[in-house]
Design a protein around this ligand. Structure first.
Ligand code: HDD
Length: 710
């Protein structure tokens, strides 16, 4: 058994009891018998038939035949990491009794899985999609799973619509196309008939759906949850994750190209960052609302299509999550981890959000089929830290060996054990909310405002973000073949913003319908009176919310950013090395790209190690580009010129030595003054300006008047 690497903690210690490696060991069967020939089946003569008797061959092939388990029905494509969570201070102790949220001395092990939603296990990371952000806290009081997304709202208000949503977005059933894409008829058909999805669609069409990195996106618990303190008093809470590297995205053209050049882009980025010691960090934020204030908002706290704008309730940052260890084995950990919104600990409780209520059913149910039985909690990655002592028994693949005669409660033969815990002893007790209601299949009128927050989101975007959002809609609806669906969707957009609807309609070659006085709801129950289900229009006293725009994110670091240094034989060695040193000093990496792998010869005869050739590299895999002096030969290298053009098109910082102007002259953008382009012959100054530019991430203003051809 081996000891886990960094970040020793109780969970890693527990896992180490289950990890193994083959170093210095004999090859043996699953029964422990050593194998002396793993190359040949047992045969009747060396040219004869294979013998059924060969238990070694049969065991090996049988196991192989059963290696696959069903992929997750949603969020199939994912990547995960181990880490720790630490709360800053005890300020939440007035609101919750959960020790991991109140004790600054407690370091809670976590396992975090990021994912896309729609694509299969092998699909591209850069699909336009929501990203899952699921955190399992292994607390001393049991597992708490915060199963969130990188967008704070959801498409639907009631879990009964989830299968419809997922059927609509998944590849179409007759031809299984398109993979990992929402740009097709069935998705937009459904969305155009579901006005409650309008807010989420704004997020999905924004650049949030194409993150630069899992390390650079926010996370949200989405639903309103409860914190419950020692006295049993409950406070509503929304959970947030705020990445310390800021929130950044790629360009849509870039996303599509990354999908070809490196479909594992996000997975690789997360893996490499952790291997290189750039541990991803996120602060946990909470928005707290007193129970008595539940109805003071112009929306319902139980409605998962609504945010609480940060201007109304500020986000308090209460602790930090650090991811510091890659999994040892993808299948055993990342694939077998089983999250569940119902994994809560004393001090955290649920609300009546109808989406959350349905999720409480779905997650156990899905693990039963995916992981093959009721003992999935015994898989090492899913085990809680406290010993599991209850009367549940047996089932497929049971690991625990329970001693004793009794497996029921109450009992006297087992001394009444295991016994129930009082609240004061850490026993979970559901919040005693008062309910007095009729049994109805209905939705609250307080859920009927579908557009005001969609408009708030749109109004909060920067000019560049608005353009991206309109382009995304034009792209997605442009892929829809049914014109009536496009038209209906433009109709929905008129409810959000007529300017946006006009731009999109124009791109689709459609006229813009008048915004109807009364918003339309197409999803009305068969025996419902349409009037009873019409969306209501609510006026928000908030024109825009700064937190909704990525333009306002943190821009103070280049840590772990990758810079391509374009070279050819004769490149100025001193410039390459000095730029690499300047980048390294800020935590960024300068990778040498050259016509061939191995080494490129510097102007002083020195061999400079090459990371990538123009064949294996692509500008879309880098954050910025540097062209040192002595690279004049690249004028004739189409790949190098294309590299620069494409980096320019994607609005990335570009620095070049004054003596390399000929190469820049061969690009579409040329040597003129452009935001985010830096030239000079004094490397210290050039590197300084370049690094400042890299902190800005992108210079979207370069997109106007229009993209250059690259
Ligand atoms: Fe879900 C997986 C997040 C609504 C049913 N969901 C899943 C994962 C994430 C979310 C991050 C992947 C967990 C992992 O990495 O293993 N889901 C959400 C959020 C939702 C949401 C933020 C809305 C606020 N989900 C939702 C509904 C239902 C489900 C309404 C069903 C009624 N979700 C599932 C599931 C999955 C799942 C079918 C598939 C694999 C799994 O659970 O373990 O049960």
């Amino acid at each position: 058994m081996k000891t886990p690497k960094p970040g020793d903690n109780a969970k890693n210690e527990q896992l180490s009891g289950h990890t193994t490696e083959g170093e210095d060991k004999f090859l043996n069967t699953n029964q422990g018998t050593r194998v002396n020939d793993d190359q040949n089946t047992l045969k009747a003569g060396d040219r004869g038939p294979s013998l059924l008797e060969d238990f070694i061959m049969r065991e090996k092939i049988t196991h192989f035949d059963h290696e696959r388990i069903p992929e997750r029905v949603v969020h199939a494509r994912g990547s995960a990491a181990h880490g720790v969570f630490k709360v800053y201070d005890n300020r939440l102790s007035a609101y919750t009794r959960a020790a991991f949220l109140t004790d600054p001395a407690a370091e809670t092990p976590v396992f975090v899985r990021f994912s896309t939603v729609a694509g299969s296990r092998g699909s591209t990371d850069l699909a336009r999609d929501v990203r899952g952000f699921a955190v399992k806290f292994y607390t001393q009081e049991g597992n708490f799973d915060l199963v969130g997304n990188n967008m704070p709202v959801f498409f639907i208000q009631d879990a009964i619509k989830f299968p419809d949503l997922v059927h609509a977005v998944k590849p179409e059933p007759h031809n299984e196309m398109p993979q990992a894409a929402s740009a097709h008829d069935t998705f937009w058909d459904f969305i155009s008939l579901m006005p409650e999805s309008a807010h989420m669609i704004m997020w999905l069409m924004s650049d949030r759906a194409i993150p630069r990195s899992y390390r650079m996106m926010e996370g949200f618990g989405v639903h309103t949850f409860r914190l419950v303190n020692e006295e049993g008093k409950s406070t509503f809470v929304k959970f947030h994750w705020k990445p310390l590297l800021g929130v950044h995205s790629v360009a849509w053209d870039e996303a599509q190209k990354i999908s070809g050049k490196d479909p594992d882009f996000h997975r690789r980025d997360l893996w490499e960052a952790i291997e290189n010691g750039f541990y991803p960090e996120y602060e946990l934020g909470v928005q707290l609302v007193a129970e008595e204030d539940e109805h003071k908002f112009p929306f319902d706290l139980l409605d998962p299509t609504k945010i609480i704008p940060e201007e109304m309730v500020p986000v308090q940052r209460v602790g930090k999550l650090t991811l510091n260890r890659n999994p040892d084995n993808f299948f055993a950990e990342t694939e077998q981890v089983a999250f569940h919104v119902g994994h809560v600990v004393p001090g955290i409780d649920l609300t009546n959000d109808p989406l959350l209520q349905g999720r409480l059913f779905s997650y156990t149910d899905t693990q039963l089929i995916r992981l093959g039985g009721p003992n999935f909690h015994e898989i090492p990655i899913n085990r809680p830290l406290p010993e599991v002592t209850n009367n549940q028994r047996d089932g497929f693949m049971r690991q625990q060996i329970n001693r004793g005669r009794t497996s029921y409660h109450p009992n006297s033969l087992g001394g009444g054990c295991p016994f129930q815990a009082k609240w004061a002893e850490g026993g979970f007790r559901s919040h005693n909310e008062k309910i007095d209601a009729h049994k109805v299949r209905a939705r609250s009128k307080s859920f009927f405002d579908h557009f005001s927050q969609a408009t708030l989101f749109y109004n909060s975007q920067s000019p560049a973000e608005k353009v991206h959002l309109a382009n995304a809609l034009a792209f997605e609806l442009g892929k829809v073949e049914t014109v009536a669906v496009r038209e209906r969707m433009v109709g929905i957009l008129t409810q959000i913003d007529v300017g946006l609807a006009t731009t999109v309609a124009d791109a689709l070659g459609l006229g813009v319908p008048e915004a109807p006085e009364q918003p339309v709801n197409h999803s009305i129950p068969a025996d419902g009176d349409p009037q009873d289900f019409q969306p209501v229009t609510v006026k928000l006293d908030l024109a825009a919310s700064a937190a909704l725009s990525m333009a306002n994110t943190l821009k103070n670091s280049v840590k772990s950013r990758k810079v391509a240094i374009l070279t050819a034989d004769g490149v100025h060695t001193a410039s390459v090395e000095a730029m690499q040193a300047a980048l390294e000093a800020e935590g960024a990496v300068g990778e040498v790209v050259a016509p061939r792998l191995g080494f490129v010869e510097g102007n002083d005869g020195k061999d400079i190690p090459v990371k990538n050739s123009y064949l294996t590299a692509a500008s879309v895999l880098y954050d910025a580009v540097y062209l040192p002096g002595g690279t004049g030969a690249l004028v004739l290298n189409g790949d190098a010129v294309h590299f620069l053009n494409e980096a320019f098109r994607h609005c990335k910082p570009i620095a070049y030595d004054t003596t390399a102007v000929d190469v820049i002259g061969a690009t579409y953008f040329g040597t003129g003054d452009h935001p985010g382009c830096y030239s000079g012959d004094e490397l210290r100054l050039l590197a300084g300006a370049f690094i400042e530019g890299m902190k800005q991430h992108r210079f979207w203003e370069r997109e106007t008047p229009g993209p250059i051809p690259a």
